[in-house]
Design a protein around this ligand. Sequence first.
Ligand code: ZN
Length: 232
Amino acid sequence: MQLVSEVSLERPRAVSPNGMAAMVERLLILAPHTDDAELGCGATVARFLEMGVDVNIAAFSTAEASLPPNSNPDRLGQEFLRATKTLGIPESKTFVYNYPVRQLGYHRQEVLEELIRLRREVKPQGVFLPAGTDLHQDHQVVHLEGVRAFKDVTVWGYELPWNHVTFSAQAFVRIQLSHLERKWEALQCYQSQLELGRSYFSWEFVAGLARLRGTQVQEEYAEAFEVIRIKC
Ligand SMILES: [Zn+2]
């Protein structure tokens, strides 16, 4: 197992995925919107599932207002279930809330209370959530309330580069091409977002970012995380 003290804040080093799995048997991924978890840590989730980690995922908004015109209002909710199933997460491990997109700030206390319920129900030893420097207003709410609700466990922040001016890549999870392909397969379940032509919904972007993060730690591919708290 990689010792926590070996995760340097000054010089990024690879944390062995096996080491992380040994530290964390049950994970909870917090996604402000239905696609954030797959975008931010989809390949890491694929890797951890392969290693037998119990992965749970909660999405706080199905973002009805971010759909192409004339879409079924629950389109993103349905795409989320397909995407998480593609990653390998059973429906019983998914939690979907229907807060309005860009308005989580108006429901901050309710979000906190849901997080506390999740803490009791899931009892995760590790939580992944948006990084602290994420500029999106909904992502900030989930970050702040998530760090607050899960004071007693390891917390990592995932990156969504289009929402950052800065991101502190402090921990790296090595991934294989197969995990990256699984991530892309899951992302392709979000047909509504592909239709909107978002530039980060492309294999070029997904693979390019993983190559960049991998190159920083002399690996072929990696996903990078902000280390918010480590408990082991
Ligand atoms: Zn989002």
